[in-house]
Design a protein around this ligand. Structure first.
Ligand code: G3P
Ligand code: CA
Length: 293
C-alpha cells in the first residue's frame, strides 16, 4: 500500500498535480474497500503475541497498525455474543464444554489468558492471567469508531438469531454506514446462508465469503458470479492458492483476503500475486513488509 501511495504522489507531482494526488490518497485511506488499499487484519487480535480474542490482543493489533481487528463470534446460552473462536471453551479458557450451554455470567468467571502463557512461554505475561472473555459490545466499547471490525459469524447454524443480534449491536453503535464503503465493519463467514441472511437484512454491510480448501484451490466462473451477488470479497487458506487463482478472483472485482499469513516471505509472495489484504497473527510483520517498497 505504501508503494502505491508513494507512486501516486510521485507521478502526480511530476505532472504538477500534487493536490489531486493528496486527495486520491486521502480517499483511499478513508475507503478500506478500495482495491488499492492492502488490508492488514489482526487475526483474533495480534494473537501471535497475546491470548487470542482478549482485549490485550486487540489492543496490540491496533498498536501494530492493523486496519481491522478480527472478532470471531460465539453465542452464550442467554443470547450474548462473545469473542471466541471455538464452539467449546476448552482450548482458550480453563472452562469445559460448549459455549451455548453457559450463560455470559458463567463464562465471565473463566480465565481466558493463562493457557497462552503455558503454551507460549516466550510471550507469557503475568497480565494475561485471569483475563476475561470479552463480549462483542465490550470490544466495541473499548475501541469505538476509531477501529474497524472484521467480524465472523461462527457456527451460525448452532445459534439461531445470531445475525439479528449482531446487526442490532452494530446499528446501536452506529458502525454501519449508508453504503458499504463507509462501514466500520466487514462481516465474514464460511456459511453462505449466514451472509445472505445479513445481506437481506442490510445490504450496506460489506461481506466476505470464507472458503476452506483441502486441496489446490479451484474456483469456477459460476461460483464467482454467485459470490459477487452478495459479497465484496473472498477469504481462503493461503496455502492452497496460486497466482492464477488470485487473478481470477480479482478479475471479478472481488477483494481477496487470504488467512492466516504469518511469515514475511508468504506475505511478499501473496502481495506480488495481487491479494488486497490478509489476516495475520503478526500485524507488525505485515506492516514492515508493506513498508519495504
Ligand atoms: O476469518 C478468517 C480466518 O480467521 C478463518 O479461519 O478458523 O481462524 O476463524 P479461523
Ligand atoms: Ca476467523
Amino acid at each position: 500500500m505504501k508503494k502505491v501511495v508513494s507512486s501516486v504522489l510521485v507521478a502526480a507531482t511530476m505532472f504538477g498535480n500534487a493536490h489531486f494526488a493528496v486527495q486520491e490518497v486521502s480517499a483511499m485511506e478513508k475507503n478500506p474497500l478500495n482495491e488499492k488499499k492492502i488490508l492488514n487484519v489482526a487475526h483474533r487480535g495480534a494473537s501471535g503475541y497475546a491470548p487470542e480474542h482478549t482485549i490485550p490482543a486487540y489492543e496490540l493489533g491496533d498498536q501494530q497498525k492493523g486496519d481491522y481487528v478480527e472478532v470471531d463470534l460465539q453465542m452464550t446460552k442467554d443470547g450474548e455474543l462473545i469473542a471466541m473462536h471455538d464452539e467449546e471453551l476448552d482450548r482458550t479458557t480453563n472452562g469445559s464444554g460448549y459455549v451455548k450451554d453457559y450463560t455470559l455470567e458463567e463464562i465471565k468467571q473463566l480465565d481466558a489468558g493463562s493457557w497462552f502463557n503455558d503454551r507460549y512461554p516466550s510471550y507469557a505475561k503475568d497480565d494475561y492471567i485471569g483475563l476475561q472473555v470479552p463480549t462483542l459490545e465490550e470490544v466495541i466499547e473499548r475501541f469505538g469508531r476509531s477501529a474497524r471490525y472484521y467480524i465472523e459469524t461462527k457456527s451460525p447454524e448452532v445459534y439461531p438469531g445470531m445475525e439479528e443480534r449482531l446487526l442490532e449491536i452494530l446499528e446501536a453503535y452506529k458502525l454501519i454506514g449508508p453504503n458499504p464503503a463507509s462501514s466500520q465493519v466487514i462481516i465474514q463467514s464460511f456459511s453462505p446462508e449466514s451472509l445472505k441472511k445479513v445481506h437481506e437484512m442490510n445490504n450496506d454491510i460489506p461481506l466476505v465469503q470464507l472458503i476452506s480448501y483441502s486441496s489446490p484451490a479451484e474456483i469456477t466462473e459460476e461460483e464467482l458470479v454467485e459470490y459477487s451477488e452478495y459479497a465484496v470479497g473472498l477469504g481462503m487458506n493461503y496455502t492452497q492458492i496460486d497466482r492464477e487463482y488470485v487473478e481470477k478472483v480479482r478479475s471479478h472485482n472481488l477483494l481477496i483476503h487470504p488467512y492466516t499469513v504469518n511469515e514475511k516471505e508468504d506475505m511478499r509472495k501473496l502481495l506480488e500475486w495481487g491479494v488486497t489484504g490478509m489476516f495475520t497473527n503478526f500485524p507488525d510483520r505485515l506492516e514492515e513488509v508493506l513498508k519495504e517498497n
